[in-house]
Design a protein around this ligand. Structure first.
Ligand code: ZN
Length: 558
């Protein structure tokens, strides 16, 4: 077992500067020399390869930014590391339909050096992920994913990068959520082991053959220090606090989509996007960083290394054509850049252009199933009272939610459905557009279209339904489906539930957060965020049950 010498924190002159010290097996570095390394990091890219329809983010602008930082750093005698903390898959049809090949080839072109496996990497079979690994010029890391029942890891646990003579170790770690909530059929043969134990094990292995000067945990565990955090698996703060002091210098994370931005030490992350004057979190002498989501930020950490000590000298979250939306004059929506616009790289645009037409063609031919008659979005016989009547399409969506989660009751709102699904062949694109106007990733927040569920006692469910029933207009709007007799009539005051039963409620993430007319359920100990986009859930259902008969989804008479 290695012994990790004490860290010390020094020098709070202008910025907080964390200093660290590790015993070195061999002194690879030169005495008294100042090494300068800039770590650039992204996470939760989710297919945001092309800029959104309003020109936000995208790999082309990211490339311009990273190239200009590299040029600057090299000029000053420093070196750069570029890392991604996982979940590059799922979220944008252009990327998904090509199995994220443009994303990976784009990351190759920018010069990524390592990526951690996120839970959404297993939204496709392992064989597809292995294909993606082949495309990448950089390693996919995860020290804690094993083939079930074996001691064989599925991916490389770590990689060693040499920067200006310094050895920088990067250890990959994946959330335990992977096998809990992801696609069981793709993760059934995998086992995600304890991030703490596996970090210790991987670092022991690492030290037995190599001597890192700096050690980075590249994690997809989620940041567990915000009020909204609903990561069920162990998160980055717990990891930092559970490790022997000095084992890692940095944790560069993903999964919870946080833009970690702490105004001063030991305060809670504002998670808000003011670019300057913020720091990563700092726990047990480990800096914890995360750069938001969807390529809207690149995190930049400038570090110095002198005589075995690592010091963070500057940190910022740099917006990549990130937009702010607000209501301006006369309540007209205004969208503007939150910092100076970045010109997209022509080289990257040329690369992505080669994929565009194939993506369109594939999307136009990605047939998921068949339905004999149109699944209407709007009920053709509206209720004279203005009540929103359930439709064939709402019934189908609710059925898919119940089938995926085994729920007793599923709830969605009409606003989740924007178009009918026409009779005939059903394209995946049609499902997406029916379920969300996904012209660009900005239109609907990715976080809020995921399927969630929670197991409640009769009393808890009663309380939940009471909140909904407090708003008579609202209760007429929601769509519900149940297989359980005691839940047939949940609208109204006299709800009769079976006192001895536990009820599973399925809904979308947006309705779990305690906003609008819903009680908050995302902090309930039994709450599960499946991480699955509702469009994918409906796709799976249609694929499994096609050809569909629209009449099977006739709404009950209300
Ligand atoms: Zn994730």
């Amino acid at each position: 077992m290695l012994i990790y010498k004490n860290y010390y924190i020094g020098c709070f002159a202008v910025f907080l500067l964390g200093l660290s010290m590790l015993p070195k097996i061999s002194m690879a570095y030169e005495k008294d020399k100042t090494y300068r390394v800039t770590i650039l990091h992204t996470n939760d890219h989710h297919g945001a390869t092309w800029a959104s329809n309003i020109g936000e983010a995208g790999l082309a602008a990211r490339m311009t930014l990273i190239e200009s930082i590299k040029k600057d750093v090299f000029k000053q005698g420093g070196d750069v590391i570029l890392l991604d903390a996982g979940d590059f898959n799922t979220g944008n049809p252009f990327s998904e339909v090509l199995l994220a090949e443009p994303d990976i080839k784009g990351m190759n072109l920018i010069g990524y050096e390592a990526m951690t496996i996120g839970d959404h990497e297993l939204d496709n079979p392992l064989s597809a992920l292995k294909q993606q690994e082949q495309w990448a010029d950089f390693p996919f890391l995860s020290a804690n994913i094993y083939h079930k029942g074996t001691n064989t890891r599925v991916f490389k646990p770590f990689t060693m990068l040499n920067k200006s003579g310094l050895n920088i170790a990067v250890v990959g770690l994946t959330t335990e959520d992977l096998t809990r909530f992801s696609y069981i059929e793709y993760t059934d043969n995998l086992e995600v082991r304890s991030p703490v134990d596996e970090t210790i094990k991987a670092i022991d292995e690492l030290h037995s053959s190599q001597s890192p000067d700096i050690t980075i945990g590249l994690t997809h565990l989620g940041y567990d220090n915000t009020a909204k955090s609903n990561t069920k698996g162990l998160g980055d703060v717990t990891l930092a606090n559970s490790l022997p002091t000095g084992m890692l210098d940095f944790i560069i994370g993903g999964h919870s989509h946080d833009a970690i931005c702490i105004p001063e030490p030991n305060t809670q992350s504002t998670n808000n996007k003011t670019v300057n004057k913020c720091l990563p979190d700092f726990k047990n002498n480990i800096w914890i960083m995360q750069a938001g989501e969807l390529g809207r930020y690149v995190g930049r950490a400038d570090i110095e290394f002198i005589n075995g000590k690592t010091k963070l000298v500057h940190y910022e979250l740099i917006p990549v054509n990130h937009m702010n939306e607000y209501l301006g004059h006369d309540d007209a929506p205004v969208i503007e850049f939150i910092s100076s616009p970045i010109t997209p790289s022509k080289k990257m645009q040329a690369l992505l252009e080669t994929y565009y037409e194939t993506a369109i063609n594939k999307l136009n031919n990605d047939t998921v199933g068949f339905v004999d008659e149109t699944l209407e979005n709007i009920n053709p016989a509206p209720d004279p009272s203005g009540k929103r009547k359930q439709t064939h399409l709402s019934q189908l969506i609710l059925t898919a939610m119940i089938e995926k989660t085994g729920a007793d009751l599923a709830i969605i709102e009409p606003q989740n459905i924007s178009q009918s699904i026409q009779a005939g062949n059903i394209l995946y694109d049609q499902i997406r557009y029916a379920l969300m106007p996904w012209g660009g990733f900005r239109i609907i927040d990715l976080n809020e279209t995921k399927l969630v569920f929670v197991d409640l006692t009769a009393k808890e469910l009663e309380d939940y339904l009471k909140v909904i029933n407090e708003n008579p207009y609202f209760i007429d709007q929601i769509f519900t489906l149940t297989n359980h007799p005691s839940l047939r009539n949940i609208k109204g005051k006299n709800i009769q539930l079976d006192k001895n039963k536990k009820y599973r409620l399925a809904t979308l993430e947006a309705y779990s957060l305690g906003k609008a007319s819903y009680a908050q359920i995302n902090h309930h100990p039994n709450f599960v965020n499946t991480g699955m986009l509702i469009s994918k859930v409906v796709r799976d259902y249609i694929e499994k049950n096609s050809p569909l008969k629209a009449s099977d989804y006739t709404p009950p008479i209300e």
